[in-house]
Design a protein around this ligand. Sequence first.
Ligand code: NAD
Length: 499
Amino acid sequence: MMKTTTPSVIPHYLNGKLDERGGASASVFNPATGDVTGEVFFADEALVDEVVAAARHAFNSWRNSSLSQRTSILFAFRQLLVEHANELAGIITAENGKTNADAHGELSRGLENVEYACGLVEHLKGGFSNQVADGVDVHSVREPVGVVAAITPFNFPLMVPLWMVANAIASGNVVILKPSERDPSASNRLAELLTEAGLPEGVLNVLHGNATTVQELLTHPDIDAVSFVGSTPVARYVYETATAHGKRAQALGGAKNHMVVLPDADLDVAADAAINAGFGAAGERCMAISIVVAVGAIGDELVKKIAERADKLTVGPGNDPTSDFGPVITKEHRDRVASYVTGAKAEGIKVVRDGTALLNRPGFFVGPSLLDGVAPGMKAYDDEIFGPVLGVARVENYDAAVKLVNDNPYGNGVAVFTRDGNAARHFSRDVSVGMIGVNVPIPVPVASYSFGGWKNSLFGHSHIYGPEGFSFYTRAKVITTRWPQPSDSQIDLGFPRTR
Ligand code: NAD
């Protein structure tokens, strides 16, 4: 039964302070109970204008901050994130629903990005060429782009903001972070900790809102760059709108990730990986495995091993340490996820395990489901379900597996399981996908590489975080220099003037 007792107001975080202004609002839920726990107010047009103007003002001084000042702040911030790890994980679990262990995992992957940003002196180094022509030198510098809008999804309410915020402010930009309205509190806490670490007021602002707020940010003339992570239709729209309004944009979208199991693979290892990558965080990861591709005759055995493991999973509240995964984000999403299972039979799919019995529980729970025999043209194969539903596709051989992966309109992640290094090497070269795991089911790059998919999983050419992050948040200047000897110079500087 849903309760609505004293939900707290979730304010914006503007100019170093919490700010409760706003027009329309939305309820924030605890997905494990279905209770309303907060009310988040959306910025209206006037507030967006005010915040962008303040951000532009803050940029004038932050762009001139020394690299050592930025480095000290980021080191202090890193320390505060570590000290507040339990509190931050609690906030994530309370609004997103993922388990406390997953919330800690999310924090540590976000922390990596702060650590990478701490090396900003190295990342922002320019180049220098001496004597390119007689008496002429050339050097390059990278300068911040300006005011960055960072728009983030619900499924990693701390990590994805850290992907963007750490590198953007390290590069001298000012950020307006518009987190998901479904779990907005982690972003506020992140901003408070950055202020505590010494970040000047107004360099990071958290502005809550919905699609209308995003539209205002995308079209605002004083925003210079947009980093977006979310679903594919919105990513496409964000990229097209932002670039049409003269901004640089990177927009990461949805996914349908395959895990190809070759006939020589260790099927116990593969089944363990499929369980973790398919059902972990209730399948609400953009790098989750949603399709296991069984190559050759291994299908029956592999399905049996995955089903045995799925039967042992415990689904429960994220703050219960015995839960393997928690609820999904909303009631509407739970019902949508369940519809792929209830509709599977009609599509000719065998439902090996049906997780819809959990729908009767309070909260937004759906159990693990395993669908055997999915194929292109079926909704359960074509759509990004974004829930604990794992499909198995059966193909005859390696070529058919690669074709299946490459024909898919998404290209975020893919994994291959095999004991054959040569086959794995060929696979890595043959697939049109941005991130590839060899016996690694969720190949999210470490922070010193960049994250990005291909095809409908990324709009724009720049991947996010790592070296491409620094590149996206800066623009190059090249300075060509010549110091001719002044013809009227009377002062003897003590070196031969003829040189
Ligand atoms: P979403 O697209 O619904 O929302 C993302 C952000 O866009 C939110 O801040 C939201 O307020 C805003 N938004 C929503 N609708 C909008 C609209 N019509 N116009 C403008 N802005 C809008 O995504 P979500 O449901 O929060 O997150 C899940 C999706 O994100 C999945 O598709 C998942 O695959 C994807 N995702 C991708 C990556 C990646 O790195 N590629 C990472 C995490 C999540």
